[in-house]
Design a protein around this ligand. Structure first.
Ligand code: MTE
Length: 363
C-alpha cells in the first residue's frame, strides 16, 4: 500500500498536502470506487482526530444550538446511506494547462472523480432538531485543517444554501463503502454534498453555522470561483468571478488510455459521465472523426441520482493515429463544449470540454 493506504500506483501530485488520483483505467467498469483508489484532495495537513473527543457544534441562526458527540450523532438520528460521486472542480485541469499554463495549481487528470456509498446522518435531520431562524439562508461548514495556501492561512471551510442543506441528500457521513471513514477522507465525520463540486463536501467537519450569507472562508469566498481569463488570481478578492456549486455535465474516456497502441479493428471504449444537482445523463456519444459523426454509447443503469454512469461502445479502430472523442448530454439538454479554449480560467476549474484521447491502431 502507498501513502494514506492508497494503491501503490496512485498518481501522487503532492505528498504534503496529500493530493492523488488513481490511474484512469482503475475507475472503469465499477460503480463504487474502492477506498484505496478514491482520489484525495487536500489543502493542508490531514488531521488525525480522536473520535471520542470529537464534537459537532451547530449554531448561528438556529433556535437551539447543538453540541453532538459521535455517539449522539449515531444514536439520535436514523442513519442514511446513498451512493454519490465526488468530483473536484479541478478535475481535468491538465487539459486547460495544455491551452495555457496555470502556475501553482495541480494538473489533475480525469480521475479527480470517484464514487462511494456514504452512510451518515442527514444534515436536514440535524437542522430540524436545531430549528432554523427566519433569516437562515446559508449553512457553513468548518474544519480544523489549516491551509497555508489560503490568504491569509486559515482552516478549511465552505457553505451551501439552506435549500440544498434541507434537501435530505446532504450527509454528515461517517462510513464509506461500508467501512469507517478513513482519516484521509475526513474521519470521524465529513459532509457529503451530492451533485456539488467536491470542495463543498467538507472533511473533518466540527462546526456548522447557519447564516444569512455564504461562508466568508477563503475556499468559498475567494477560491473555487470562475475568474475571468484576464484576472491574475493573487489579485482576486472575495466575490470576484462566479461561485461554483452544482457540477456541470462532463464525461471522460477511461479505457483505452491516452497514448495507447492497440490492434486495429474492433476496440471497446469505456468511460464515465456525470452531471450535477437534479439532472441525469441522457446520452453519451463517441466519435472517431473529431466530432463530424457520432455514435451513441451504451449507458449503464443509474444506480443513484447522485452517481456517475459508466458507458461503453465498440468502434472499429483504423490503422494509424486516431483521436477518440466523447461527449455527454443531460436532462437539462446541456452537452459538453467542444474545446477547452473558451472555458480556460486562471484557476483551472470545470474543464467539461469533449473527452479526447489519442491512440494508435497497429496492423
Ligand atoms: N475538507 C477539508 N477540511 N479540507 C480540504 O482540503 N478539500 C475539498 C473537500 N473537502 C478539503 C475538504 C475538496 S477541493 C475536494 S475535491 C474533496 O474534499 C475531496 O475529497 P476526498 O479527499 O475525500 O476525495
Amino acid at each position: 500500500m502507498g501513502l494514506w493506504e492508497k494503491r501503490d500506483d496512485m498518481i501522487v501530485h503532492e505528498v504534503e498536502p496529500f493530493n492523488a488520483e488513481p490511474p484512469r483505467g482503475e475507475l472503469a467498469d465499477r460503480v463504487l470506487t474502492p477506498v484505496e483508489s478514491f482520489y484525495s484532495r487536500n489543502h493542508g495537513p490531514i488531521p488525525e482526530l480522536n473520535p471520542q473527543a470529537w464534537r459537532l457544534r451547530v449554531g448561528g441562526l438556529v433556535d437551539r444550538p447543538l453540541e453532538l458527540s459521535l455517539e449522539e450523532l449515531h444514536a439520535r438520528f436514523t442513519p442514511r446511506t446513498l451512493v454519490a460521486t465526488l468530483q473536484c472542480a479541478g478535475n481535468r485541469r491538465a487539459g486547460f494547462i495544455e491551452v495555457r499554463d496555470i502556475p501553482g495549481e495541480i494538473p489533475w487528470g480525469s480521475a479527480a472523480t470517484s464514487t462511494a456509498e456514504w452512510t451518515g446522518t442527514s444534515l436536514a435531520d440535524v437542522l430540524s432538531v436545531a430549528g432554523l431562524g427566519p433569516h437562515a439562508a446559508h449553512v457553513a461548514f468548518a474544519a480544523p485543517d489549516v491551509s497555508p495556501l489560503a490568504n491569509p492561512p486559515q482552516p478549511y471551510g465552505g457553505s451551501i444554501t439552506v435549500q440544498k442543506a434541507l434537501s435530505g441528500e446532504v450527509l454528515l457521513a461517517w462510513a464509506m463503502n461500508g467501512q469507517p471513514l478513513p482519516a484521509v477522507h475526513g474521519a470521524p465525520v465529513r459532509v457529503v454534498v451530492p451533485g456539488y463540486i467536491g470542495a463543498r463536501s467538507v472533511k473533518w467537519v466540527h462546526r456548522i453555522t447557519v447564516g444569512q450569507h455564504p461562508s466568508d472562508n477563503y475556499f468559498q469566498a475567494t477560491a473555487y470561483r470562475l475568474l475571468l481569463a484576464k484576472t491574475d488570481p493573487p489579485t482576486a478578492g472575495p466575490a470576484d468571478g462566479l461561485p461554483l456549486g452544482a457540477v456541470a455535465v462532463n464525461a471522460d474516456i477511461l479505457r483505452p488510455d491516452d497514448g495507447d497502441t492497440l490492434p486495429a479493428g474492433p476496440v471497446q471504449i469505456t468511460g464515465y459521465a456525470f452531471t450535477g444537482d437534479h439532472h441525469s445523463i441522457t446520452r453519451v456519444d463517441v466519435s472517431l472523426d473529431g466530432g463530424r459523426s457520432w455514435r451513441p454509447a451504451d449507458l449503464d443503469d443509474q444506480i443513484s441520482p447522485w452517481a456517475w454512469q459508466h458507458w461503453r461502445t465498440i468502434l472499429k479502430l483504423p490503422v494509424g493515429d486516431t483521436e477518440i472523442t466523447a461527449r455527454a448530454w443531460d436532462t437539462s439538454g446541456a452537452t459538453q463544449p467542444e474545446s477547452p479554449v473558451p472555458l480556460w480560467n486562471p484557476k483551472g476549474y470545470v474543464n467539461n470540454s469533449w473527452a479526447r484521447i489519442r491512440v494508435t491502431g497497429q496492423r
